[in-house]
Design a protein around this ligand. Structure first.
Ligand SMILES: Cc1cc2nc3c(=O)[nH]c(=O)nc-3n(C[C@H](O)[C@H](O)[C@H](O)COP(=O)(O)O)c2cc1C
Length: 198
């Protein structure tokens, strides 16, 4: 069964990004896939220090939850990165995730995330979603993942607003359906990679 990891970059619990991802999880179940929500705010993730020790030892020297988060990524066929827009880009939590997990992926030989399927969602009150979506899409590309359309913007400000953006919610459901389809069609590319460890 296709496994989708839904990563929430919002520091606000029960907020709009979480609501969009819950819609995505429902859509995944309808498509016969398994989806899990991961709130980055629940993990201790410190910013990258640029020490580059990961290139020597393939492990990070910062003592936090990075390995747990990395293993969740490694175990997924498909990953949705969803972030609220904070000053025209992703949140600090999402950027920290990108820097830490992204660099470890590069440090670990042939990039364990290669050919995983990726999707991008940005939630904005009004403006800046294009830059946030570009940031996520560039990360997926740098990680050698397969980026699936559509890139989703949901317009929402106060908690609970997301459900009012029916077009954005429909786009999120379409993204999930497309990701499941692409994940099924590309399963052999991932299983060929020594159980994804290579
Ligand atoms: C520090 C901060 C910066 C924000 N910057 C923007 C912004 O640049 N553009 C925008 O449209 N909304 C901005 N917002 C609004 C949030 O993107 C919006 O409220 C979103 O629904 C929050 O998602 P959440 O409920 O999942 O946390 C900002 C909110 C905060 C707290």
């Amino acid at each position: 069964m296709v496994k989708i990891l839904c990563i929430n970059g919002s520091p606000r619990r029960g907020g709009n990004t979480e609501a969009v991802l819950r819609e995505a999880i429902d859509a995944a179940a309808e498509e016969g896939a398994e989806a899990e929500l991961m709130n980055l705010v629940d993990y201790d993730l410190k910013p990258c220090t640029g020490c580059e020790a990961c290139f020597e030892a393939e492990a990070c020297t910062i003592d936090d939850n990075i390995e747990q988060v990395f293993e969740k990524m490694r175990g997924a066929d498909a990953v949705i990165l969803a972030s609220p827009v904070y000053f025209f880009n992703v949140t600090a939590q999402m950027k920290t995730f990108i820097d830490r997990v992204g660099y470890l992926n590069i440090a670990r030989g042939r990039r364990p995330f290669r050919n995983k399927v990726g999707g991008a969602i940005a939630v904005a009150a009004r403006t800046g979603s294009s830059d946030a979506l570009s940031q996520i899409a560039l990360f997926l590309s740098a990680s050698r993942m397969i980026t699936v359309a559509p890139q989703v913007t949901v317009l929402a400000s106060e908690k609970g607003d997301a459900s009012g953006d029916t077009r954005g919610m429909d786009d999120a459901r379409e993204l999930v359906a497309n990701m499941v389809q692409v994940a099924r069609a590309t399963a052999s590319l991932r299983s060929a990679r020594l159980g994804n460890a290579g």
